[in-house]
Structure formats: structure tokens, C-alpha cells
Design a protein around this ligand. Structure first.
Ligand code: ADP
Ligand code: MG
Length: 235
């Protein structure tokens, strides 16, 4: 079953066409990588899909529903979560308080919510820093906190923008393991990542972008053999 269907998506910034008739799908249960050179439009694609930017053309269909013109809040509520290339937790709130941010108030929360928060913090192995301010965490722990916050919304699909960037290798193994475990329990992922070893380990399919378009899609091996992909990367 197709969970995400991006069809003819387009976005220009002035004269620069950042996303140019982009087409790809993500099937329920997959972990798909979205790769491409710097500036090829990956983050803009994430912003279009999650309602942080308005598309100039094309459609985004999620779980059978047209979400092209929805706000970020409404996209998230439908079960499409995301993390950001630059993590942005609320630094002066504690880790626990950060988990409440997707809700309306950091002061009142139900017993159920509190249990869910502890469950997620334990799963991601950051429960021991629950009362630390978020800006005391390492880069990798902040990535885990971001993922933890996204999980509060029980998403069907999570978009991850460069989960390995600035994360030490040991913690990256931990993050990969967590993504795998979530995937085993049914969460679908679309991952922007530059580290090809992370992609090889994690993703069953790769979509390659260049200049706002899809230039290839296939398994890691298929993509590695693709001459068009080599040219896009090597110039
Ligand atoms: P990637 O994530 O693949 O590195 P981006 O989606 O961030 O690429 O950027 C694609 C292109 O769009 C780049 O040329 C970038 O400079 C440009 N761009 C992205 N966001 C904006 C913006 N808000 N205003 C103007 N240009 C932008
Ligand atoms: Mg980017």
C-alpha cells in the first residue's frame, strides 16, 4: 500500500526552482532514503510534504488523503511526523517538558500522557536525563529527544532530516537500532542522509534527487551502479 505519494511537486524561490516536478512514493512499512547533492532540494521537499512551505504545484497524498495544503499542525495530527536538519529543542525546558510541547500546555498533563512520555524516554534511552535542560544534552541526545517528541504523536510516517549529522558513531548505532525497532513495529520512514554507510544499513530503497528532480530510484546496489547518479555526485 502506498502511504506517501508525491506527484509533480514544485517549489520556486524567486528564479530558483528548488523542487521541480518531483515524483516518488513511499510504501507502508518501508525505510526509504532521499539522497542528492547539497542544494538538490531534499529539505525543501520535507518542508513541502509537512506543510512548512506552500507548494507552487503538484500534490502530496498521505494515507489516501490529499494533504498538499494542510498546515504543519494538521499534517502532524494525521500521523506524519518529522525531525529537522538543525535540531531545535526548547533548550531551557527540561527533556521531560520538551515531551509535552506537542500538547498545548506544559503544566497540565494526564497520567496517561506521563506514562507515555516515560515509556518513550526509556525506549530511546534518555530517561536518565529527563530532568536535564535540553541544551545540556549532546548533539546525538538532542536528535533522540527530537525523535522522542515526534513519537508522542504516534506517527505512521516519520521524515528524518540528516539523523547522523553531528552524532558520534556509538550513538548513531543506537539511533539506527531505534529506527529499526520502530520500523519492525510498523512505522514507515523517509530519511535524508549523507552518510552512505548509514543508508546501506538502514534503507531498503533509495530515491536520488538532483536539481529538484528524481534522477534515480532503487536498491543500494542499483544506485551504486547508476552512472547518472555518479555524474550528479561527482560533477
Ligand atoms: P538540500 O536539503 O538538498 O541541501 P534545500 O532544499 O535546502 O537542499 O535547498 C534547495 C535549493 O533551494 C538551494 O539552492 C537553496 O539555496 C534554496 N533554498 C532553500 N530554502 C530557501 C529559501 N527559504 N529561500 C530561498 N532559497 C532557498
Ligand atoms: Mg537539507
Amino acid at each position: 500500500m502506498v502511504l506517501l505519494d508525491v506527484n509533480g511537486l514544485r517549489k520556486a524561490f524567486g528564479g530558483l526552482v528548488a523542487v521541480d516536478g518531483l515524483e516518488f512514493t513511499v510504501e507502508q512499512g518501508e525505510i526509504v532514503a532521499l539522497i542528492g547533492p547539497n542544494g538538490s532540494g531534499k529539505t525543501t521537499t520535507f518542508n513541502l510534504v509537512t506543510g512548512f512551505l506552500d507548494a507552487d504545484g503538484g500534490t502530496v497524498t498521505f494515507d489516501g488523503e490529499d494533504i498538499t495544503d494542510l498546515s504543519p499542525y494538521d499534517v502532524a495530527r494525521r500521523g506524519l511526523g518529522r525531525t529537522f536538519q538543525i535540531t531545535r529543542p526548547f533548550g531551557r525546558l527540561t527533556v521531560f517538558e520538551n515531551m509535552l510541547v506537542p500538547n498545548t500546555s506544559t503544566r497540565t498533563y494526564s497520567r496517561e500522557q506521563e506514562e507515555r512520555i516515560w515509556q518513550i524516554l526509556e525506549e530511546l534511552d534518555i530517561d536518565h536525563v529527563a530532568d536535564h535542560d535540553a541544551n545540556e544534552l549532546s548533539g546525538g541526545q538532542q536528535k533522540l529527544l527530537e525523535l522522542a517528541r515526534v513519537l508522542m504523536l504516534d506517527p505512521k510516517l516519520i521524515l528524518l532530516d540528516e539523523p547522523a549529522a553531528g552524532v558520534n558513531p556509538a550513538l548513531m548505532d543506537e539511533i539506527i537500532e531505534q529506527i529499526r525497532a520502530l520500523n519492525d513495529r510498523g512505522t514507515t520512514f523517509l530519511v535524508v542522509e549523507h552518510d552512505m554507510s548509514v543508508i546501506e544499513e538502514l534503507c531498503e530503497r533509495i530515491v536520488v534527487m538532483d536539481s529538484g528532480r528524481k534522477i534515480a530510484s532503487g536498491t543500494f546496489e542499483e544506485i551504486r551502479r547508476d552512472t547518472g547518479v555518479k555524474e550528479a555526485y561527482l560533477g
